[in-house]
Design a protein around this ligand. Structure first.
Ligand code: P6P
Length: 336
């Protein structure tokens, strides 16, 4: 079969649906896709290019950075920084915002990304990925500034993630559905795999690190206890799946349904995941696919306004039925 629907052609077709489009969004998504292709190549060959292991430095998260993290970060900073469309960048691997040569008036957009999430898993060939969130500057004129990142996810222009696994996938949304592409290395193109992904209304998989159970709040304990009971009339028990790599757990959830949880706990009072470049973009994708995304309370992740570029956030995301069951366990445990 000849692949006619490549990512670049799909993006252009989407652009033509909006008369007056300048084509900038198409260009910037293509820049990100190029970065993902390059990172895919780095990840695939890291094992024999001495790119495993640590760089000897630590990032703002006080985590030892891996050579691969820095390689992936450098790829995206260089490609996005030189695209001419991004005035500022935020990366998990960099302590502060990164000004680009397009910082001046002509750059409409800013982007926050996690260049290689889950990289601690890479030595055991577990899927890892890149996550990105794109905003417009608050003030169309003038240079981008850090406050431009302090917008709720409802203001996102686009968001997406890639998974470097058995295949390299690129999943993104510009607010008109979630679209999935698979990299065909033989032609170096992302080919459309699924248009308008929709998460099932209910799943039968729960995904949480049960090693953290001694630190969980009561609501989380109630919910995990519920999904593990033998109660066929309510469709329980669920299966447990936890990879420990966010993009892998999220991608399975959005395709098969169910729920992924990284809740607040006494060990992670604000959750472990990062709001700006993990929770917000993935919540945007999940809602576009018909799912739900909350911060472990009834608060919608997309309504949270970041106050710091690296702040953490609890995340409970997945099928509407399952996230609502979680919230019942938190707020009305007797009913659950
Ligand atoms: P834990 C990987 O290090 C990561 O940042 C996410 O990709 C993943 O979801 C989470 O941490 C796993 O955390 O505490 O369960 O090992």
């Amino acid at each position: 079969m000849i692949p006619t629907h490549t990512l670049s052609r799909f993006i252009r077709a989407q652009e033509r649906l909006h008369p007056g489009s300048t084509g900038e969004l198409s260009e910037l998504l293509s820049s990100i896709a190029l970065g993902v292709k390059l990172i895919s190549q780095i990840v695939t060959t890291a094992g024999f290019k001495g790119l495993y292991g640590y760089s000897g430095r630590t990032n703002i998260q006080d985590e030892q950075t891996r050579l691969l993290d820095e390689e992936a970060d450098q790829v995206l900073v260089e490609i996005l920084g030189s695209s001419g469309h991004f005035g500022l960048l935020v990366s998990e691997e960099q302590d502060s915002v990164i000004a680009t040569d397009a910082r001046q008036e002509n750059a409409k957009y800013i982007v926050a990304f996690d260049p290689l999430d889950g990289s601690s898993n890479i030595g055991s060939n577990i899927p890892v990925g890149t996550i990105f969130a794109i905003y417009k500057k608050l003030d169309g004129r003038g240079p981008a500034k850090v406050d431009d990142f302090f917008q709720p996810g409802t203001q996102l222009v686009a968001a997406g993630y890639s998974v470097y696994g058995a295949k390299t996938t690129f999943v993104y949304s510009t607010g008109e559905g979630v679209h999935d592409f698979t990299l065909d290395p033989s032609i170096g193109e992302f080919v459309l795999t699924e248009k308008s992904i929709k998460i099932p209304e209910r799943g039968n998989i729960f995904s949480i690190n049960e090693g953290n159970s001694p630190y969980w709040e009561e609501g989380t304990k109630n919910y995990v206890s519920l999904v593990k009971t033998l109660d066929k009339s309510r469709g329980y028990p669920y299966s447990s799946r936890y990879v420990g790599s966010l993009v892998a757990d999220f991608d399975r959830t959005i395709r098969k349904g169910g729920i992924f949880l990284y809740p607040a706990s006494t060990k992670h009072p604000k959750g472990r995941l990062r709001l700006l470049y993990e929770c917000i973009p993935l919540s945007f994708i999940m809602e576009q696919a018909g799912g739900m995304a909350v911060d472990g309370t009834e608060k919608r992740v997309l309504d949270i306004v970041p106050e710091d570029i690296h702040e953490r956030c609890a995340l409970v995301v997945g099928s509407r039925h399952d996230v609502k069951e979680y919230l019942s366990s938190v707020y009305d445990p007797k009913k659950a």
